[in-house]
Design a protein. Structure first.
Length: 93
């Protein structure tokens, strides 16, 4: 969820988006920018052991990583490297 305390540091964090899912807010924003985008939005906690199989089973052009937890983030980066999938990663404070 988008927490009100994130408004000073996160692009999707607005008063109108409080308590909405970040994935849904960013998907809507990207579709507003380019309605022709093909987006696979995954709105769930990604477990470490799921990263590599997910990328091996589905061909993604890019990965946009907005994971808050360190271990799944690292596993996703490793899986992206292994599958040669470009990744854009958001790093926390």
């Amino acid at each position: 969820d988008i927490d009100p305390t994130n408004r000073n540091r996160q692009l999707p964090a607005l008063s109108s988006t409080h308590y909405k899912f970040k994935v849904a807010v960013m998907e809507a924003r990207l579709r507003d920018i380019n309605p022709n985008l093909e987006i696979t939005a995954i709105q769930r906690f990604l477990e470490c052991h799921e990263c590599l199989p997910m990328l091996e089973e589905t061909a993604f052009d890019y990965i946009v990583d907005c994971i808050d937890s360190l271990q799944p983030k690292l596993h996703l980066m490793h899986a992206a490297l292994k599958t040669k999938t470009p990744i854009i990663s958001s790093m926390g404070a």
